[in-house]
Design a protein around this ligand. Structure first.
Ligand code: NDP
Ligand code: 2IT
Length: 448
């Protein structure tokens, strides 16, 4: 059978065995459709069924999370941890707390994480977890009790050499603190390396908070440089206003660009004077308010809930909110307005149709696996500091992050060319580079 026929058969079987998991199907399709040239070069991977093994998580944990709200009412949520691949190191990947979380979403995120983590060149496997808990409007006490209940079940599956979660949507340093406290209490161990994204004061790494957003901007900068361009003086649009978005905005501004719009799930803000980052941080991080509160404090800006943030003309677009937030219509609008580069700060924010439109229009496109890998790469640096009971300076850590992002960019381009694509086919290059690293380790470990 031809390699393409084999890939189609494997994909059909994955859809059949995992019905209703549309985001997982989408993530698998994107990777598998890049792999034909790598499988031609390594026919032995067909026989050892590397693809089928990679698409089946090593372990999936689904559990009950009972907790008591501030009114004394009992609540029940569902928790997940999908331990996808330990070929390159302990399972590594974030936890997402959002009402939309289900097994299919956790599997898509965990699957992406395998290849992203491999791309960083660090010794980390792939996993992801979370719960269908909605932190919006919950008091600190409710969030603490929820996190404690979540960890009371999950702790038995974790360990600094086994499985190391971090944050994702709805999980920031507050939640990591509560989760760590419960893990420490249950195990009676200060095992710093069991979670990453810890505050710097008790085992965290400098730059981890900023890393995903900074890294995505470094990646955009590298892509632009291949066409003799820089971020200086460019207009950028960022979706989201959470952890990734805020630090993407900060880095674009530091490099001389102007971010004129950002969003949350209620709408978007356009500020032609450039987003005021201190105000944005105060609204989103301290007050945990809706984005419309930004406009109340800054009358020159406007808030809209019509269309999307990608309708705002820009040179560079950084989708940093959630999966499938940037569709065909958005891509058409961006191209019409002359966008030069799109780098995915979020996981799978662009639909396949949108990615096709960027490719056709020769827009530089950095897929999340490559462009947002700075977050998990810095988590791996945090694990390294924890293992050696050391703490590096901000400058040293940022330097390492920048180096990792440059390497990911260069290696993705090189692999794309080696395997018959254009050098700026970063989707092809990132997927093949990540896949080959994992496949080599899996082959060495035998059929396990
Ligand atoms: P946060 O929770 O800090 O922020 C999420 C932002 O996205 C908020 O502005 C939120 O708006 C918006 N958002 C979330 N869900 C939706 C939705 N369904 N529709 C519209 N807007 C939505 O999360 P992060 O910044 O950490 O994560 C953002 C993305 O980056 C995710 O895709 C995540 O997987 C990815 N990522 C995160 C990394 C990290 O280190 N944190 C690393 C690599 C990738 P609202 O407040 O209104 O809900
Ligand atoms: O999607 C991601 O890479 C993350 N949410 C960060 C994972 C991590 O372990 O730092």
């Amino acid at each position: 059978m031809s390699v393409l026929g084999y890939i189609e058969d494997v994909y059909a079987e994955i859809c059949r065995r995992n019905p209703t998991e549309s985001e997982f199907h989408q993530a698998v399709a994107e990777v598998l459709h890049s792999l034909a040239p790598a499988l031609h070069a390594h026919p032995e991977y067909l026989e050892s069924r590397i693809i089928e093994r990679l698409c089946e998580p090593e372990r999936q944990i689904v559990f009950r999370i009972p907790w008591v709200d501030d009114h004394g009412d009992v609540r029940v949520n569902r928790g997940f941890r999908v331990e996808f691949s330990s070929a390159l190191g302990p399972y590594k990947g974030g936890l997402r707390f959002h009402p939309s979380v289900n097994l299919g979403i956790v599997k898509f995120l965990g699957f992406e994480q395998i290849f992203k983590n491999a791309l960083t060149g660090m010794a980390i496997g792939g996993g992801k977890g979370g719960a269908d808990f909605d932190p919006k409007g919950r008091s600190d006490g409710e969030v603490m009790r929820f996190c404690q209940s979540f960890m009371t079940e999950l702790h038995r599956h974790l360990g600094e050499r086994t499985d190391v979660p971090a944050g994702d949507i709805g999980v920031g340093s507050r939640e990591i603190g509560f989760l760590f406290g419960q893990y420490k209490r249950i195990t009676n161990r200060f095992e710093a390396g069991v979670l990453t994204g810890k505050p710097v004061a008790w085992g965290g790494s400098h730059v981890r908070t900023e890393a995903t957003g900074y890294g995505a901007v470094y990646f955009a900068q590298e892509m632009l440089a291949t066409r003799g361009k820089t971020l200086d003086g460019r207009r950028a649009v960022v979706s989201g206003s959470g952890n990734v978005a805020v630090y993407a905005i900060e880095k674009v501004q530091a490099l001389g660009g102007s971010v004129v719009a950002c969003s949350d799930s209620s709408g978007y803000v356009v500020d032609e004077n450039g987003i005021d980052l201190d105000l944005l941080k105060e609204v989103k991080e301290i007050r945990r308010a809706r984005l419309s509160a930004y406009v109340e404090a800054r009358p020159t800006a406007r808030f809209s809930d019509r269309g999307t943030v990608f309708d705002v003309p820009c040179d560079v677009a950084l989708p940093c909110a959630t999966q499938n937030e940037l569709g065909e219509q958005d891509a058409v609008a961006l191209v019409k307005n002359g966008v030069l580069a799109v780098a995915e700060g979020a996981n799978m924010p662009c639909t396949p149709e949108a990615v096709g439109i960027f490719r056709e229009a020769d827009v530089l496109f950095g897929p999340g696996k490559a462009a947002n890998a700075g977050g998990v790469a810095t988590s791996a640096l945090e694990m390294r500091q924890n293992a050696s009971r050391d703490q590096w300076t901000f400058a040293e850590t940022e330097d390492r992050l920048a180096t990792v992002m440059r390497q990911i960019h260069a290696q993705s381009r090189a692999a794309a060319e080696t395997y018959g694509g254009a050098p700026d086919d970063y989707v092809l290059g990132a997927n093949i580079t990540g896949f080959l690293r994992v496949a080599e380790a899996m082959t060495a470990h035998g059929i396990v």
